[in-house]
Design a protein around this ligand. Structure first.
Ligand SMILES: CC(=O)N[C@H]1[C@@H](OP(=O)(O)OP(=O)(O)OC[C@H]2O[C@@H](n3ccc(=O)[nH]c3=O)[C@H](O)[C@@H]2O)O[C@H](CO)[C@@H](O)[C@@H]1O[C@H](C)C(=O)N[C@@H](C)C(=O)N[C@H](CCC(=O)O)C(=O)O
Ligand SMILES: Nc1ncnc2c1ncn2[C@@H]1O[C@H](COP(=O)(O)OP(=O)(O)OP(=O)(O)O)[C@@H](O)[C@H]1O
Ligand SMILES: N[C@H](CCC[C@H](N)C(=O)O)C(=O)O
Ligand SMILES: [Mg+2]
Length: 496
């Protein structure tokens, strides 16, 4: 496309240089520029993308999108006020407005996003529909999966992935929408059929600073939703909200879309009751605006009832009968790295879980306590270069619900691992937890080994924080590391 034609979509823009230059592709990372690409200079948090314009030019970029003209770079330039917004606008042009050609279902919330997307995907697949999925673990469609570096892609990548799905006749895209993504405009220009809220609890305060700002970032999702009321009801947008979370009232006020509520403790459009959790699964009764049912999940934990309710509400809106939804949910064994049992025939239980927030850890530990016959041994850590304030809180929670706690490393990144462990320990010290109830083992491998060696008949070892992850990030290096494999080896190595 010609630069001057692209400029018509950004009214307040200004061109310097040849406005008739042809932009054959579009890119925001100089390391990925192809000849003829339009290179977008994004003002980053760590580095300024304008710095890489020269490199992009050397690699054959045809033109730039900039927030300030770069005289030193000999390329035509389109100056805009906000190049991240421009990226979302132009991404739609290059990839033909893909979210208008499938139904995008987005899930936001502190915990439960990945799980809920998997449940919704399963229900849609079982109906013969063709959903794509984008989230923390991977993006996948039609049997093909690609691992994802982050939960929600940049606007341009998102439009590209949606376009690829549309080309293969996808019916839906079920995706996680992180608060970082909302704040950075990664989902601007994506038309959502349904926006789902799971819950809001503490995380990411390194980035958002306060819970109010974190809630406001999530609020952007709902405030942008459904302001048009298409005549065709199948094209309307919906907000699916957890009534048991106080933030839902705030989101309901922000959105123009019709809201559908779900919950356990308050009146809701989709409401669960009679919840019973065992080591093998969870049963509950639901009343919905499309009938009622008794459901038995193979997944454990009350929190998974909430994830199931969100999935039920969302898929009822797609016109799927409750009876079919029930069948699909009952067939799901679980989600990779979420309360995943490591079973090598040992006499105690080992669970790997992705809880990496105070609320996530509390939920999973509560659940484990509901079925543990012996002691609960909890191995966990907190990520480096991430929310520091959650560390002592998670320490307190681990000691409150665990009989023995092993504090260890979880992606220390560029922080000193020992200091992260000390930040966690501060919570235990504040609660006067005696030294014989916990220990600090920096090496996660050794920590898992120790937990398994100390476990006896009927105990539960919970290894939290990394779930599906197959790496440990130390400094800037990424090492192979999989809690599940290490636990397996440790169990096999036990002298029987
Ligand atoms: C805080 C945050 O979200 N940062 C994201 C943001 O970084 P940034 O704005 O600082 O960008 P940058 O890396 O400084 O680069 C600026 C520009 O220069 C370009 N560049 C950079 C280097 C180079 O050699 N050439 C080049 O062109 C970059 O492509 C970019 O356009 O934009 C980058 C480009 O897309 C992201 O890689 C980066 O994610 C960082 C790595 C990250 O860790 N993000 C996490 C916190 C995150 O987003 N997490 C949420 C999920 C959390 C949850 O699950 O709850 C997520 O959605 O994954
Ligand atoms: N609805 C829920 N409420 C609270 N905790 C939950 C809920 N669902 C899952 N969890 C806990 O949080 C962990 C992460 O779950 P999941 O991966 O589904 O969340 P997520 O929101 O996708 O996380 P991320 O922010 O990393 O993408 C689980 O392993 C479990 O311990
Ligand atoms: N998506 C979350 C995952 C954290 C998982 C934990 N293992 C860590 O590295 O802190 C984040 O980026 O904050
Ligand atoms: Mg996720």
């Amino acid at each position: 496309m010609l630069l001057k034609d692209l400029a018509t979509y950004l009214i307040a823009s200004e061109i310097s240089g040849d406005e008739n230059v042809d932009c054959q592709g579009i890119c925001f990372d100089s390391r990925q520029v192809n000849r003829g690409d339009l290179f977008l200079c994004l003002p980053g948090h760590t580095v300024d993308g304008h710095q890489y314009a020269k490199q992009a030019a050397e690699q054959g970029a045809s033109a730039l999108v900039v927030q300030r003209f770069l005289e030193e770079v000999p390329l035509p330039q389109l100056k805009v006020k906000d190049s991240r917004l421009a990226m979302a606008v132009l991404g739609n042009i290059f990839f033909d407005y893909p979210s208008n050609h499938l139904k995008a279902i987005g899930i936001t919330g502190t915990n439960g996003k990945t799980t809920t997307t998997y449940l919704i995907e399963r229900i849609l697949l079982d109906q013969g529909m063709k959903p794509g999925l984008i989230g923390t673990i991977e993006r996948r469609f039609d049997g093909k999966a690609v691992p994802m570096p982050r939960t929600t892609p940049e606007a341009l990548d998102l439009q590209r992935y949606l376009h690829e799905m549309v080309q293969e006749d996808a019916s839906h895209c079920v995706m996680e929408v992180s608060s970082h993504a909302l704040e950075q405009g990664r989902v601007k220009g994506t038309h959502f059929r349904t926006a789902v809220f799971t819950n809001l609890t503490q995380d990411h305060l390194d980035y958002h600073e306060t819970m109010e700002a974190y809630r406001a970032a999530k609020g952007l999702f709902f405030s942008r939703l459904g302001n048009e009321y298409p005549q065709d009801p199948t094209e309307r947008s919906y907000a699916v909200l957890n009534v048991d979370d106080a933030a839902s009232d705030y989101f309901a006020k922000l959105t123009s879309a019709e809201t559908i509520t779900y919950g356990v403790d308050h009146q809701a459009d989709v409401k669960a009751s009679n919840i019973s959790v065992t080591a093998r699964g969870t049963t509950f009764h639901i009343e919905t605006f499309r009938g009622s049912a008794d459901i038995t999940l193979r997944m454990v934990g009350k929190f998974n009832v909430y994830n199931a309710l969100a999935a039920i509400a969302t898929t009822l809106l797609e016109g799927i009968p409750l009876e079919s939804i029930k069948e699909s949910l009952e067939s799901i064994k679980g989600v990779e790295g979420r309360v995943e049992a490591v079973d090598e025939g040992q006499s105690f239980t080992v669970i790997v879980d992705y809880a990496h927030t105070p609320d996530g850890l509390e939920n999973v530990l509560r659940t484990v306590n509901e079925f543990a016959k012996g002691r609960v041994i909890c191995v966990f850590g907190c990520g480096g270069d991430r929310d520091r304030k959650k560390r002592p809180i998670m320490g307190k929670i681990a000691a409150k619900y665990g009989d023995h706690v092993i504090i260890t490393s979880d992606n220390p990144r560029t922080e000193d691992p020992v200091l992260i462990l000390k930040d966690i320990e501060a919570g235990l010290i504040e609660d006067n937890i005696p030294l014989d109830r916990y220990e600090l083992i920096v090496d996660r491998h050794a920590a898992i080994q120790k937990a398994i060696e100390m476990a006896s008949h009927d105990d539960v070892v919970l290894i939290a924080g990394k779930g599906h992850e197959t790496y440990q990030i130390i400094g800037k290096e990424v090492h192979d590391f999989d809690d599940r494999l290490i636990a397996k080896e440790a169990i096999r190595g036990l002298v029987k």
